[in-house]
Design a protein around this ligand. Structure first.
Ligand SMILES: [Zn+2]
Length: 440
């Protein structure tokens, strides 16, 4: 690897001061700055230089050892090596426990703990320490898989967990042959409605729809399944009739629908996970997906929909504000989005206070305790400029967040009151939790 040739001030001297009224900075060849930026982002692939290479006798040479792009001694700095340590000194409130009992409505106990019993014991201890009364596991699945998940969570901790089930769109079909998938056979949605009724009798509290619905699953002709396809209407209708709320993950952060380039605010993350990008012709636009979801919500006013991840529009809360005004059966939770809300603390606080009756609390965990405690710090304090994750670099954008100090009445609604009203099984578990924790 070689370092880029930085232009010497000499070679740009002719360009100096050619624009009236502008400061006289040395000017570099047009777009040279872009090639430096790309260079730094790519971790050191040298950009093209504009100078002729020096004429030397071709001699076989051992390659020079790569210079570290560590920003020292005048060397370039790779974005991957950039770890700024804030010199800001402001008050810190490192909360270790939520102020009121919490219902975490967005957790993945199958996907993240893989049914490991010791990990579950450890997490329940963490819940006790942090005042998390109940977790909603969204990985219930259906049929025998549902039974194994119930066993895992409920054998010892039935009073701490409720379970959401999932639709099995593929069934016995072959992954690459959509025409064989269960969802394309006649009577599918009515069959799912029956399964939902059975799941409800087995103690399930709601339905989770994953983001592949709209972005991955296909029709027999190769097109993507439409979220608002009327074929699925009996499913949403059954959820309304059974009193099962639907938590739906549609689309993803705005940056995932943009090119992975120097202008992408999540470049660092997407460069590590290019498969998370939905940019390009193979995908519907983010707006199309979110509008299709909203049409479903509008068509089924008796069904409660919980828009996962601030209905996946945390970058523009004015839009979510309009949706909440227009769709009385829509609620939101902010799992894995305190990074978004916390970088716009004034807007976020105004939004959360205004829609206090339409919020639920979610994390997308189980996460390490350090990260979970950042959620308490975000909603309960006015701390400034702190991380939203224990990871270094921060995994969802290279920025810090600020606390929004929600008032107690909003905190109560966010933490447990709304979930207790809307999710079957939560209210009685909260009661059990409160009676246990208030014992002397
Ligand atoms: Zn999730």
């Amino acid at each position: 690897m070689i370092l880029p040739t930085l232009p010497s001030p000499k070679c740009s001297a002719v360009d100096r001061g050619t624009h009236k009224g502008r400061p006289r900075y040395p000017r570099y060849p047009r777009y040279q700055w872009l090639s430096w930026l790309v260079f730094a982002l790519l971790g050191g692939h040298a950009p093209p230089t504009f100078a002729d290479p020096p004429q030397t006798q071709a001699q076989p040479q051992a390659p020079e050892p790569a210079a570290p792009l560590d920003g020292r001694d005048g060397r370039e700095l790779s974005l991957r090596n950039f770890r700024p340590r804030s010199e800001l000194r402001v008050p810190q409130h490192l909360l270790t426990r939520a102020k009121f009992p919490v219902v975490d409505v967005h957790t993945h106990f199958r996907h993240r703990l893989r049914h490991d019993p010791e990990a579950l014991d450890g997490f329940v201890e963490l819940m006790d320490r942090n005042n998390i009364a109940v977790c909603v596991s969204l990985d219930g699945k259906l049929g025998p898989d549902l039974a194994s998940h119930r066993d895992y969570l409920w054998k010892r901790y039935r009073d701490r967990f409720v379970i959401f089930t999932n639709v099995d769109w593929q069934g016995d079909g072959e992954p690459d042959k959509p025409e064989t998938w269960a969802c394309h056979q006649s009577g599918f949605a009515r069959h799912v409605a029956k399964q939902l009724a059975e799941a409800k009798r087995a103690g399930v509290s709601g339905l989770k729809v994953f983001k592949q619905f709209g972005l991955v699953y296909k029709n027999p002709d190769g097109s993507l399944i439409r979220i608002d396809d009327p074929r699925w209407d009996p499913i949403w209708q059954a959820c309304g009739e059974l009193g099962l709320p639907v938590i739906i993950h549609t689309a993803d952060p705005a940056a995932f629908f943009k090119p992975i380039d120097a202008f992408n605010e999540r470049w660092e993350e997407l460069s590590r996970h290019p498969d998370w990008s939905f940019y390009g012709d193979g995908f519907p636009s983010r707006d199309e997906l979110l509008e299709a979801r909203n049409r479903v919500i509008r068509r089924h006013p008796r069904t409660i929909f919980l828009g996962a991840h601030v209905a996946n529009q945390a970058e523009d809360l004015s839009v979510v504000d309009k949706w909440l005004e227009e769709l009385p059966n829509l609620y939101v939770e902010f799992a894995s989005r305190i990074g978004e809300l916390g970088r716009q603390p004034y807007s976020a606080r105004r939004f959360l206070v205004k829609h206090a009756d339409r919020l639920m609390f979610g994390t997308d965990g189980p996460w390490p305790e350090t990260r979970i405690r950042l959620y308490w710090r975000f909603v309960e304090t006015f701390d400034e400029n702190f991380p939203y994750s224990e990871k270094d670099p921060p995994p969802q954008g290279l920025w810090q967040i600020h606390g929004i100090g929600l008032p107690d009445d909003v905190l109560r609604k966010l933490y447990y009151e709304n979930a207790a009203k809307l999710i079957p099984g939560v209210a009685e578990r909260l009661k059990t939790y409160e009676s246990r924790t208030s014992e002397p």
